[in-house]
Design a protein around this ligand. Structure first.
Ligand code: AMP
Ligand code: MG
Length: 420
């Protein structure tokens, strides 16, 4: 049996960063940029107004105040997206809208609030300026956000909504990103029934494929549900064949020591077992290996395979601990860790056999301190406890017991508003 840390090391040693592909920018959220993005344009493209107001020559406002307004002749209006043909000469002003390019001759903008516009009726021919403005006032400089030729986004950047916006501002509709892994998901078990079917007596619905597929989606992969294999080698081999063009295979169930636990045997015959059994609770029977799959070019390639334990909580936790970082690495990400917080535990945890224990908790912040409350019974079949949890207390291998009030480390599964 190996430790959680050794197991993760072995997993990561067996997965590689995937190739880059071109993708529409909205499809790239959470993916890693595979090219440096340079700008060919200035943003904004021209000096433009930061306010609705009047474009003026700043010298014409010198000495203006509410007591002694300076009156300027209005020679036109310029709106965003148009370019004024007129030039602002001494004693003149052009009405200007936010985003509109600064007309020739003007070097400042006076906001509507600093003019007497609101007191005037109809379309005024002149405007009273009630304040002095400096040269450059309320003007956004051409290229102040992005200058033409500059490196805007570096290769390796994770694309978030802000990056999607920046790419759009450059007029990029597609970019090169590391592609998302396709993850084939297979349930095993004679007792497991598809959720679209009636449930015969003694059977259970296949929840694992769905919780795992949802996790794959959350972390950026593309889940592909292969269905349910029976507890026979033949059935498993046949079903696994459907996933041999995927980038990763995840099975659930059939990795313990029972008579019908055939996943390991099949993995040993079709590929190689890298490890089996991890010093953790829940999820000890976790199996990891590689199977021979097909490459796009028609050759043979190793596909990482996770044989998750069948218990619904074990499969989810082992996904978080091992499959999630593997997917993130394949996507080219560098930060593979979930965030952790220190919390005061409300409840006791026993660790009787030197494993690393992951206990489901609800984390709350009260008075500047995190508190972690156990979600109740911790059986690995109690999936609703995962639904109640937003974190996992990590009890180290060498800590036999955690007492109420102890400070513990909690891996956050979710970081919702309630936590902060
Ligand atoms: P196993 O590891 O195959 O012995 O399964 C352990 C437990 O998990 C058993 O109670 C199974 O019925 C249950 N189980 C296995 N596969 C699934 C699944 N796909 N969905 C829900 N529960 C499952
Ligand atoms: Mg089974």
């Amino acid at each position: 049996m190996i430790s959680v840390d050794e197991a993760l090391e072995k997993v990561l040693a067996h997965v590689d960063v995937l190739e880059a592909e071109e993708s529409p920018i909205l499809g790239c959220l959470g993916q890693v940029l595979a090219e440096d993005i340079f700008s060919t344009v200035n943003i904004p493209p021209l000096d433009n107004s930061a306010m609705d107001g009047y474009a003026v020559r700043s010298v014409d406002t010198r000495g203006a105040s509410r007591q002694s307004p300076h009156f300027l002749r209005i020679i036109g209006t310029v709106t965003a997206g148009t370019i004024s043909k007129s030039e602002v000469k001494p004693g003149m002003a052009i009405r200007i809208m936010t985003g509109a390019p600064i007309p020739k001759g003007a070097d400042g903008v006076v906001r509507f609030e600093d003019t007497d516009e609101s007191e005037r009726q109809g379309i005024p021919e002149e405007i009273g300026i009630l304040t002095e403005v400096k040269s450059g006032s309320e003007i956004r400089q051409a290229g102040e956000d992005i200058t033409a030729g500059s490196l805007v986004l570096r290769k390796g950047t994770v694309i978030r909504p802000a990056e999607v916006g920046v790419l759009a501002s450059l007029g990029r509709s597609k970019v090169m990103v590391i592609r998302r892994p396709v993850v084939a998901i297979l349930a095993t078990g004679d007792e497991v029934v598809d959720i679209t079917q009636p449930l015969p007596e003694g059977k259970i619905y296949n929840s694992n494929s769905y919780s795992v597929a949802a996790l794959v989606l959350r972390y950026g992969g593309i889940p592909r549900l292969l269905g349910i294999a029976l507890d026979t080698e033949d059935s498993l081999v046949a079903m696994l064949r459907l996933g041999l063009d995927a980038d990763m295979v995840i099975t659930s169930g059939g990795v313990s020591l029972g008579d019908y636990d055939v996943v390991r045997e099949v993995l040993a015959k079709q590929g190689e077992i890298i490890f089996w059994r991890v010093r953790e609770k829940p999820g000890r029977p976790l199996t990891f290996g590689v199977i021979k799959g097909k490459s796009k070019a028609g050759g043979v390639r190793n596909i990482p395979l996770f044989g998750l334990a069948g218990n619904p909580v074990s499969s989810m936790i082992n996904f978080e601990l091992f499959a999630r970082p593997a997917i993130l690495k394949m996507m080219g990400k560098k930060n593979l860790a979930k965030p952790t917080v220190k919390a005061v535990i409300e409840g006791a945890i026993k660790n009787t056999d030197g494993r690393r224990v992951f206990t489901r908790v609800t984390v709350e912040k009260r008075g500047g301190q995190y508190f972690a409350r156990l979600t109740g019974p911790q059986g690995s079949g109690i999936l609703t406890s995962m639904a109640r949890a937003n974190g996992l207390v990590i009890v180290p291998e060498d800590k036999p017991e955690v007492k109420p009030g102890d400070l513990v480390r909690v891996m956050m599964l979710d970081w919702s508003e309630e936590v902060e």
